[in-house]
Design a protein around this ligand. Structure first.
Ligand SMILES: Nc1ncnc2c1ncn2[C@@H]1O[C@H](COP(=O)(O)OP(=O)(O)O)[C@@H](O)[C@H]1O
Ligand SMILES: [Mg+2]
Length: 242
């Protein structure tokens, strides 16, 4: 398997507060990798570092074989997309919200049209092109954000608790979309979650993050049937309150 990310001894501090400690991890192309852990342990920080929104304080981050310390941010733009708990919605049509990233790349109209229509179809929003994005429901807005994220076919999508604010019906739809993106587009998916059940449904591999420390990384089956670290066992059993 080919690595998309190689993370070596990575740490992150904000001022004198150390948020991530000596993280070493490999993420492979085409997998659904989830970072599982309670609130406040550093999941968002780790995703923001992978997305090059934050610099690590120490350690190494390799993306697609290249050291990100010397890679310009614009070299990876378009190869990564990040989605947040609350989707960003621009005050314009659904079509324009999704087309935005293509328009700034000065793609021709016909190509943009095809790509936007395809992306909206994949997330179940065919026919919503002309609706004002601000009138979408929460679930629809998050699906639109997925369309915006996949429309330029990135290598990787970083998902930060993408269903945390949604009702069960929309959670199911989003989970279906995540699986479809991986199976139809082959996109690598890295998702942060505190939800053990969701991770069990979606992940290929899981890293358990507690207090900034990646305590265990393994396949989903191993993590849920034979966790190695006593803290993983406690978290999976629900003994760690989150
Ligand atoms: N820009 C920042 N400045 C200072 N502290 C931060 C900053 N971003 C995150 N933190 C702190 O880092 C810790 C981990 O936060 P976060 O990565 O958001 O965790 P999680 O996503 O697992 O809930 C928290 O204690 C948070 O307050
Ligand atoms: Mg977070």
């Amino acid at each position: 398997m080919e690595e998309l990310f190689i993370i070596e001894n990575l740490s992150k501090s904000f001022g004198n507060k150390k948020v991530l400690h000596n993280i070493s991890l490999r993420i492979f192309k085409g997998e659904i990798f989830t970072i599982l852990g309670p609130s406040g342990v550093g999941k968002t920080t780790l995703l923001r570092i992978l997305n090059l929104l934050e610099m690590p304080t120490t350690g190494k981050l390799i993306f697609n074989g290249k050291d990100t310390a010397i890679l310009q941010k614009n070299n990876v733009m378009g190869r990564m997309s990040m989605l947040f708990q609350i989707p960003a919605v621009f005050n314009t049509s659904v079509f324009k919200n999704v087309a935005y990233g293509l328009q700034i790349r000065k793609m021709d109209k016909k190509t943009i049209n095809i790509k936007v229509i395809d992306a909206l179809a994949l997330v179940g929003l065919a026919g919503f092109e002309n609706q004002k994005a601000l009138t979408l429901s929460g679930g629809e807005a998050q699906r639109m954000a997925f369309a915006r994220a996949i429309v330029f076919k990135p290598d990787v999508i970083l998902l930060d608790e993408p269903t945390a604010n949604l009702d069960p019906a929309n959670v199911a739809k989003i989970e279906e979309i995540i699986q479809k993106i991986r199976s139809e587009l082959g996109t690598t998916i890295i998702m942060a979650s505190h939800n053990i059940h969701q991770v069990r449904r979606l992940a290929d591999r899981v890293g358990i993050l507690l207090n900034g420390e990646l305590i265990e990384v393994n396949t989903k089956d191993q993590i849920f049937t034979h966790p190695n670290d006593p803290r993983s066992i406690a978290f999976i059993k629900g003994d760690i309150i989150y």
